[in-house]
Design a protein around this ligand. Structure first.
Ligand SMILES: Cc1ncc(COP(=O)(O)O)c(C=O)c1O
Length: 373
């Protein structure tokens, strides 16, 4: 083999041996009875929502040039009406998270990030020219200890957390984060990727549920999950919006999403606000599944509609997922680097288009497999 390739193939070999090799699969969820791996939490994909007509499939350039169609204005105005603050739309949650902190935080600033924050947040922190420290997962005593020690050494401090954590399904204590950010005069950055659509009366997220939208300085939501589309936004002060338009590289240096997507997002936003029954159903189902698993002494985590079942060993987790797939449940093993080493897991994503009949066999199947392996 070519010398230049050797190192890569050795690394791939190691991934395979540890059960952590990934590959792209051709999967149609029609082949499965239940899809437990989707982030379409409200089951919107199966709903017959009228498609937008007559918009272009290409934006032609960045939003800063000719890609800023009137559809963007409509969507941002709708977000601003719902959240009662300024809104700025981006191409994806990944674009949002790699760009916002990189633009806002600079030398002399400090970023404090929950240890289990998503990879896109970590990448954004790496791109920012500021110091950063991680606090232990949802450990606000640790966060406060760092602030007591360090706050005076820095100009601006950004506290960054997900509201519902993507791989653990557990939640930040938003009231506590707000208390701390006020006490130490920090910005609070909240990624609501997994709560948008699912939480709050209108589905605006955990901040809505806690009646605390105005207390979050940078509230990020993505249309890639419960909105069943693509794109993301930040809710913020108008000065921050103006600053990001001028400084945020992942907004400025990329082609805008096509107008048809933005029109679809507008339709989705207005639809999802009204899907209160789906929100109630999805939480009811997730609670029932969690309780049933726990009755069988299968340990679960979290408190949201994301139900993790921690297996530990990657290969065992791969085998369990394959076993469940054979039984008709579309479940994938979640392995490092998405989660810490030794905590490979199933991430059961409960969605509103499921019924208890769809899920009821799953706990016993997991139990059977664990008893035998
Ligand atoms: C917490 C969190 N933030 C951001 C993202 C990225 O969002 P998007 O899929 O829109 O790029 C994800 C998706 O995996 C996520 O889990």
């Amino acid at each position: 083999m070519n010398n230049l390739l050797l190192k890569y193939s050795e690394e791939l070999e190691k991934l395979e041996q540890s059960g952590n090799l990934r590959s792209l699969k051709n999967i149609s969820d029609h082949d499965f009875k239940v899809n437990l791996s989707s982030n379409d939490y409200l089951g919107v994909n199966k709903k017959n929502i009228p498609r937008p007509k007559g918009n272009s499939f290409g934006a032609g350039s960045s939003r800063l040039l000719t890609g800023n169609f009137s559809e963007y204005d409509l969507l941002e105005k709708e977000l601003e009406k719902l959240y009662a603050q300024s809104a700025l739309f981006f191409n994806s949650g990944y674009h949002a998270n790699i760009g916002i902190l990189a633009a806002l935080a600079s030398k002399g600033d400090l970023i404090l990030s929950d240890k289990l924050n998503h990879a896109s947040i970590i990448d954004g922190i790496r791109l920012a020219n500021a110091d950063y420290m991680r606090f232990k997962h949802v450990d606000y005593k640790h966060l406060e200890d760092i602030l007591k020690d360090k706050r005076n050494e820095y100009n601006r401090v950004f506290i960054v957390s997900e509201s519902v954590f993507s791989m653990d399904g557990d939640e930040a204590n938003l009231q506590k984060l707000i208390e701390i950010k006020n006490k130490y005069n920090c910005f609070l950055y909240l990624d609501e990727a997994h709560s948008l659509g699912v939480r709050g009366t209108k589905g605006l997220g955990v901040a809505e549920e806690c009646e605390a939208i105005q207390d979050v300085d940078l509230l990020v939501g993505t249309f890639g999950k419960a909105m069943n589309s693509i794109g993301a936004f930040v809710i913020c002060n108008p000065i921050i919006k103006k600053y990001l338009i001028n400084k945020m590289r992942s907004l400025i240096f990329t082609t805008a999403l096509p107008p048809i997507v933005i029109s679809w997002n507008y339709i989705m936003l207005r639809t999802i606000v009204k899907m209160r029954m789906e929100r109630e159903h999805v939480m009811f189902l997730a609670d029932k599944l969690r309780n049933r698993l726990n009755d069988l002494e299968i340990e679960t985590g979290g408190s949201s509609n994301i139900v993790p079942v921690i297996i530990g060993d990657s290969q065992k987790c791969v085998n369990l997922a394959a076993y469940l797939q054979k039984k008709g449940f579309l479940v994938f093993p979640i392995r490092p680097p998405a989660v810490p080493v030794g905590t490979s897991r199933l991430r059961l994503s409960v969605c509103a288009d499921m019924s208890w009949e769809d899920l009821q066999d799953l706990p016993n199947l997991i139990k059977e497999f664990c008893n035998e392996n």
